[in-house]
Ligand binder design. Structure first.
Ligand code: ADP
Ligand code: G6P
Length: 484
């Protein structure tokens, strides 16, 4: 469903009835993207992500509001309703985009929280911008929320919001979910904003993480940095109580299975294989072009397998889909150059006329095309150096409704805690990565099914709806204990 920009069905930041919304979601991005409709006019379209799919029915039934950035610097559109959800664009100036989004969020916190696989950059101007944009989000939530409402804050861009909002509106139930890893004490302590971020997060009643290790890192930090008491995930600090718990995010499993059954998608999968020359083995990688994803490690391992003769370039093809991401940042531009150089190196050495070894696609695709790729792939290579969860791994498993397909999965992806029957691997160990890819490529249908069935069983019971209800259910429980 689409809505024209400017066709606001509510105006001003406050809700129409003046009472406020019972559920408010805050995330850096709104759950809609601007697109061009069939009539050539600009319009809003629901973003394809799992978070949006999961929250959509809950937001509709609770008449919820979502505040976030609409993706362009400067003037934010007026609040509007799209598909039954009230959307409240938060304005970011050019300077905010530079300092809060690209700087503090994506050049400091993102690399640091991902094991510092790239060197985090520290800049004090970015910290001021992070603080002021977080305050803008907190103030918006304070205006939007009804008395006693639930406010759910998402991800690393907004870690100061719970503490700020708690001061503005002590009546609210505040939840925070971190979609990326939470680092160990020694890494987190490099952050000049470390105390402020911890105090910000401890403003929440409930802080959720993807993996038990992240939850443990957080509770340890609260004790180490702020001297907070904690037992079993319950942290007491300055008269407030925050529960830290693990809620591994998932995908819309039923929706993914429906796509897998769609005759157009199935036909497209066959077409993709034909277009690639009907290879014996199709190896697939699908990632945002991000240095955390281990794309270079994967390409290096694949190149060596071809060079060693363990994979035959005559009947093996790799497709690497790399969605453009954060393209103005130096680290992302440098990564793109390195990846493209490696792709041409592997092709230069092993391709033939009309027969590439690696098809590199630096593009975004719709869900149906991605599902067709998942159906076409014999081996799915998911090899991040560190990843909060990795939904691509779950999407691949959910799409393989006949139980075939081989998933090679980094042990540093959150998904490895659940998808333990995959060929799990340490992507830093090139020989191990080569072995995992070669074994996955050689596995017969029985071996594939033996591994795939329990993963599919697990996913069917742990979809994204279960994730959202588990988090909101826990957030809805007894009120935060305040000092007597
Ligand atoms: P991250 O959130 O770090 O990008 P995830 O694997 O958790 O990594 O989620 C990526 C999401 O983006 C998945 O839902 C996946 O389907 C989607 N995606 C990946 N590649 C593309 C692409 N080329 N075009 C559109 N969506 C993509
Ligand atoms: C990760 C983050 C999200 C972010 C997404 C895309 O999944 O956890 O918060 O929205 O990457 O990154 P972008 O910078 O384009 O929003």
């Amino acid at each position: 469903m689409t809505t024209e920009p400017g066709s606001a069905s509510t105006s001003g930041a406050e809700p129409a009835d003046g009472r406020g919304y019972d559920l408010v979601v805050l995330a850096n991005r709104l759950p809609v993207d601007q697109a061009t409709g069939p009539d050539g006019k600009r319009c809003w379209q629901r973003s394809p992500g799992g978070l949006v799919t999961a929250l959509h029915p809950i937001m509709q039934s609770r008449a919820g509001a979502w505040a976030g950035w609409h993706g362009q610097p400067e003037t934010a559109p007026a609040p509007f309703t799209h598909d039954g959800i009230h959307l409240h664009p938060i304005e970011l100036s050019d300077d905010d985009v530079d300092a809060y989004y690209e700087g503090q969020s994506n050049a400091t916190i993102w690399p640091l929280y991902h094991d510092a696989v790239e060197q985090p950059v520290f800049d004090r101007r970015w910290r001021q911008a992070y603080h002021s944009v977080n305050h803008r989000f907190a103030a918006a939530a304070a205006r939007l929320a009804a008395p006693g409402a639930l406010v759910w804050v998402h991800d690393y861009h907004l870690q100061l919001v719970p503490g700020m909002l708690r001061k503005l509106r002590p009546d609210l139930r505040i939840g925070f979910f971190l979609h990326i890893p939470f680092p160990p004490v020694e890494l987190f302590c490099q952050l000049p904003m470390r105390d402020e971020i911890m105090r910000g997060l401890l403003g929440a009643d409930l802080v959720g993480f993807q993996h038990p290790q992240a939850t443990r890192n957080f509770t340890r930090l609260a004790a180490h940095l702020l001297g907070a008491n904690h037992t079993g995930g319950v942290i007491k600090h300055e008269g407030g109580v925050t529960t830290a718990a693990t809620f591994p995010i998932s995908i819309d499993v039923a929706g993914q299975q429906q796509l897998a059954a769609d005759p157009h998608v199935r036909a497209r999968a066959g077409e993709i294989r034909r277009e690639l020359g009907n290879p014996r083995t199709l190896v697939l990688g699908v990632d945002r072009l991000d240095y955390t994803k281990g794309i270079e490690h994967r390409l290096a391992a694949y190149g060596e397998l071809l060079a060693d003769g363990r994979l035959d370039p005559a009947d093996t093809v790799m497709v690497q889909v790399a969605v453009p991401s954060r393209q103005r940042l130096d680290q992302y531009q440098a990564l793109r150059e390195r990846v493209e150089r490696t792709v041409s190196h592997v092709n230069g050495r092993h391709a033939g006329i009309g027969r590439l070894c690696v098809h590199y696609l630096h593009q975004s695709y719709d869900r149906a095309e991605l599902a067709a790729l998942y159906l076409a792939a014999d081996v799915m290579a998911v090899t991040p150096l560190r990843d909060g969860m990795n939904l691509v791994a779950k999407e691949y498993v959910a799409t393989r409704t006949d139980g075939t397909g081989a998933l090679v999965l980094s042990e540093f992806a959150g998904a490895a805690a659940e998808l333990s029957q995959a060929w799990t691997v340490n992507p830093h160990n090139l020989e191990a990565l080569k072995d995992a890819l070669a074994e996955a490529a050689a596995a017969g249908a029985d071996e594939q099914r033996r591994r795939m069935q329990p993963m599919r069983f697990h996913l069917r019971r742990h979809d994204v709806n279960r994730w959202a209800s588990a988090f909101l259910g826990q957030l809805d429980r007894p009120a935060r204990q305040m000092p007597a």
